[in-house]
Design a protein. Structure first.
Length: 170
């Protein structure tokens, strides 16, 4: 809890300290912004000075080369996105989980071999899935049920607790 000023002098001192803190914060922020701008402009000036001795043809070639590198990077990103999108669609169509689109066999497969690789992966995936019933389908007949396992201490304790709670609720 902040103690409030008791007189005009304390109030003025508090206000002055808050104003000074905000002014210092603002100056720091502006100095950082100006330093960033200076660094950016210094970099541009260095580039211009380096380019001063070059002919127009050399400058044009450099600009073209830079643009070609940017275009090549963008094309590679777009191809990668397209391939993962197509893989996702084909995996969904085959009923396979989407995490298979990160499988190295699919990522390195050629466009024509993609369906074959997906079929191979589907065979492997289906081989790992459980076959038949995962639980027993045998229906118990008759009056006595034979326990399939010995009762543990926890089972006995649970039965006693159930009987105790049953007696309380009655």
């Amino acid at each position: 809890m902040v103690e409030l000023p008791k007189n005009e002098a304390e109030l003025q001192a508090y206000v002055d300290s808050q104003v000074e803190a905000k002014r210092t914060e603002w100056e720091t922020k502006k100095n950082e912004d100006f330093a960033r701008q200076r660094a950016k402009h210094d970099e541009e000036i260095k580039k211009l000075r380096a380019d001063m001795g070059k002919s127009a043809e050399q400058l044009a070639e450099e600009r073209i080369k830079e643009q070609q590198e940017k275009d090549a990077n963008e094309l590679a990103e777009l191809r990668s996105f397209k391939k993962t999108t197509i893989l996702g669609e084909k995996l969904a169509k085959e009923g396979l989980p989407s995490y298979f689109k990160n499988d190295n066999r699919l990522l390195t497969a050629e466009e024509g071999d993609l369906d074959k690789v997906i079929k191979d992966i589907k065979k492997e995936y289906e081989a790992t899935l459980p076959k038949g019933n995962t639980t027993s389908s045998v229906i118990q007949q008759g009056g006595s049920v034979s326990p399939t396992h010995a009762k543990t201490d926890a089972d006995i304790a649970n039965e006693r607790m159930g009987a105790f709670l049953d007696n309380i609720l009655r």
